[in-house]
Design a protein around this ligand. Structure first.
Ligand code: HEM
Length: 438
């Protein structure tokens, strides 16, 4: 019998797609929790004007998705909207061979030795910034963390701390990154008003200025043949393709922009949420401060960071993987065009895996390391976040420095809800915190 190939997708909410889109954006964690209660560990979400998303949260299915061959699932396709900012060679946008080629060039910048080399700089930045934060008043910690992580990623990428060179770069990049936080401003020009300057013209101007500064940095390093130091730009300048050729200026530019975009807002938000949780959990906070004061903090501090990434993953899902060739996951064959979404939020709040999943209990990670397919705040497989160690190192340094020098308290009563800000899930009030001297 001839039949049209109508794909049977897992059940999911039946409300109209504009309403699903609203729930997805406005109440992201509640929406995911409700869908799982109703439809189980995998379900189909239909967002306006997009092919269906299959949300999965069973660790075996997550493993199948993370380890699928590169020509079967394409995570790069979902991130195209960032292309005007990061450029076409960005590892975020590529798939298959081209992705692996760029990833191999970027990864050495994050090896252990280089991370060690960056530690003194991160500590110095954290100390300076935290020292300058006002004491004794309630204020959202998120914007402070944003300027801290921006300073850290700039110093890590370019290795510069001196104002004359850093200031123009920081100003220009801050404006560029603002466009990344407001992706609507990056819609193709035809979709925007034909009159007036509009955000696109402003964006092009800011980008031209930023590119000029970044290319000048690259050129200057090449001229100095400066490949020493731990900064990421030097690692890229020294990196070679498999045929022995060097990365082009454009490739280096695109990966540097990628690291600046991917590495700054995520880490700031995760730090803000960590403080939001710590200030609501006096016994955890006390244990952490004791560990830091005793100079014996590695184990407990690491557990706090892992638990924060479990309980409040700032990216609720790994990058959506677009199906390019039929693939069977958990007994269902998915046809091309649907997107498979491994949900960090759901698997990390699964009571079968984490007893009392909504409690903040770092002790969970004192005796056991997080599982590859049950703890996925950094995604997984060949797309796993290249900055995962960097982010955790930075979080450890910032928390240590903050708790060594200040007392922290919640600025408002009760927990802060989770709200979406561009693509990240952030504390609704920005993590209202009161700092006082110790
Ligand atoms: C707490 C902070 C961070 C979180 C929660 C986070 C999370 C993630 C997630 C979920 C992905 C997608 C992985 C997947 O779909 O399998 C990703 C990719 C990526 N992240 Fe991070 N990230 C953080 C910090 C950083 C930092 C500091 C950097 C760079 C300095 C960075 C650079 C990247 C890059 C380049 C990718 C793309 C990797 C690829 O496509 O091959 N991230 N990150």
């Amino acid at each position: 019998m001839a039949m049209t190939r109508q794909q049977e997708l897992p059940a999911g909410p039946r409300m109209p797609s504009p309403l699903q889109t609203l729930g997805w954006w406005k109440r992201p964690t509640g929406f995911l929790d409700r869908c799982r209660r109703r439809y189980g560990k995998r379900f189909t979400v239909r967002l306006a004007a997009q092919d269906p998303f299959i949300v999965i949260s069973d660790p075996d299915e997550i493993k199948q998705v993370f380890t699928a061959p590169p020509d079967v699932l394409h995570p790069g396709e979902g991130t195209r909207i960032l292309e005007p900012i990061v450029g076409p060679n960005s590892i975020l946008l590529l798939d298959e061979g081209a992705h692996m080629t760029q990833r191999k060039l970027v990864l050495p910048a994050f090896h252990g030795q280089r991370m060690k080399g960056l530690e003194p700089m991160i500590t110095e930045v954290a100390r300076e910034q935290i020292g300058s934060w006002p004491r004794g008043e309630s204020a959202p910690i998120h914007p402070r963390m944003q300027s801290l992580t921006l300073e850290v990623i700039l110093a890590a990428v370019f290795g510069i701390r001196d104002g004359a060179r850093l200031d123009p770069l920081r100003d220009s990049l801050t404006r560029m990154l603002d466009f990344g936080m407001n992706p609507l401003s990056l819609l193709p020009p035809a979709r925007r008003a034909p009159f007036g300057r509009g955000p696109w013209a402003t964006f092009l101007e800011v980008r031209a200025r930023t590119d000029e500064l970044i290319y000048a940095e690259i050129r200057e390093r090449r001229e100095r043949e400066d490949e020493g130091g731990s900064e990421i730009i030097n690692s890229l300048i020294g990196a070679t393709h498999e045929d022995g050729s060097r990365m082009s200026d454009v490739e280096i530019h695109d990966e540097l922009m990628t690291l600046l975009v991917a590495g700054h807002e995520t880490t700031a938000t995760q730090l803000a949420f960590t403080l939001e949780r710590l200030t609501r959990q006096p016994e955890v906070l006390r244990n952490l401060v004791d560990a830091i004061d005793g100079g014996d903090d590695d184990q407990y501090l690491t557990a706090v960071i892992r638990e924060s990434l479990r309980l409040r993953p700032v990216l609720l899902n790994a990058a959506p993987r677009t199906v390019k060739k039929p693939i069977e996951v958990g007994g269902i064959v998915y046809e091309p065009r649907v997107h498979l979404l491994a949900s960090a939020w759901l698997v990390q709040h699964d009571a079968d895996i984490y007893p009392e999943p909504y409690a903040f209990r770092p002790e969970r990670f004192l005796d056991s390391d997080p599982g590859t397919y049950t703890w996925i705040p950094f995604g997984g497989g060949r797309r796993r976040c290249v900055g995962a160690s960097f982010a955790q190192l930075e979080m450890a340094i910032v928390l240590r420095e903050l708790l060594r020098t200040t007392r922290i308290a919640a600025g408002i009563d009760g927990p802060e809800a989770t709200r979406r800000r561009a693509i990240t899930a952030t504390p609704a009030r920005g993590g209202e915190t009161i700092l006082s001297g110790r």
